[in-house]
Design a protein around this ligand. Structure first.
Ligand SMILES: *Cc1c(COP(=O)(O)O)cnc(C)c1O
Length: 231
């Protein structure tokens, strides 16, 4: 099946309240245009430089999501246009995003990445670290970021029980931070980003409302190792 057929089939089967991020990392402009032509506008990339290059060349009404691990010194390149940053995992990184957002006179939407996988290689915060971050005076002083929810990546496994457990845990944490007591001027939890090509049906069963799907739309990547992992 073609890219547009894959995309339309997935979208047709998704409940309407679920946001699909089409993960176009490593894929050429022409593949993105094919998806765009179906009416799709939300694309995800995991490398800032690659996303900046694509943003420069492709239609300006695309919403670009940064889904990969972020180096602080590169935030400035995407700050003028990025629409959601999924994998924020420290106060230091948030501080830099806030600074660059201010320079661009914008508010940048972010998700905090929670570590749910058993693999050592995955990034993310614990529930306690999120509590601490949200409660800190420094966080409350940030005027140009908004925490919109949480993101997580499950263990790379076909064990359904383990996936259920990991996504279930993330949903529990999300529900806790969605309560009124955590809402303030720069956080309002409404997005739970979990699920990829191989595990998104299980993520949806467990309360995901945003899925990040690459290979099921665009086909296998030539090199799919090392995404969002420590080197
Ligand atoms: C690559 C990537 C995806 C998409 O993976 P597929 O298995 O191709 O659907 C989702 N989330 C993140 C963080 C990624 O790096």
């Amino acid at each position: 099946m073609s890219i547009s057929e894959n995309l339309l089939k997935i979208k047709k089967e998704l409940p309407t309240n679920i946001t699909l991020v089409a993960v176009s990392k490593t894929k050429p402009f022409s593949d993105i245009i094919e998806a765009y032509t179906t009416g799709h506008r939300i694309f995800g990339e995991n490398k800032i430089q690659e996303m900046v290059g694509k943003h420069g060349e492709l239609p300006k009404d695309i919403e670009w999501h940064m889904i990969g691990h972020i180096q602080r010194n590169k935030v400035k390149y995407m700050a003028p246009f990025v629409s959601l940053i999924h994998a924020v995992d420290s106060l230091r990184l948030l501080k830099e995003i806030n600074k660059q957002a201010l320079k661009n006179n914008r508010i940048i939407n972010c998700l905090l990445q929670i570590k749910i996988a058993s693999e050592e290689s995955k990034f993310g915060l614990t529930e306690a670290e999120v509590s601490e971050l949200l409660a800190s005076e420094e966080f409350k002083s940030f005027q140009n970021i908004k925490i919109e929810g949480l993101m997580g990546m499950a263990t790379f496994t076909s064990d359904k029980n383990q996936l259920q457990k990991e996504f279930g845990l993330l949903k529990e944490i999300y529900d806790k931070f969605s309560s009124d007591s955590y809402r303030n001027q720069n956080s309002e939890f409404r997005i739970l980003s979990m699920g990829m090509s191989d595990d998104y049906p299980i993520a949806l069963e467990n309360g995901s409302n945003m899925i990040r799907v690459g290979s099921s739309i665009f086909g296998k990547r030539a090199c799919s190792i090392n995404f969002n992992k420590k080197q």
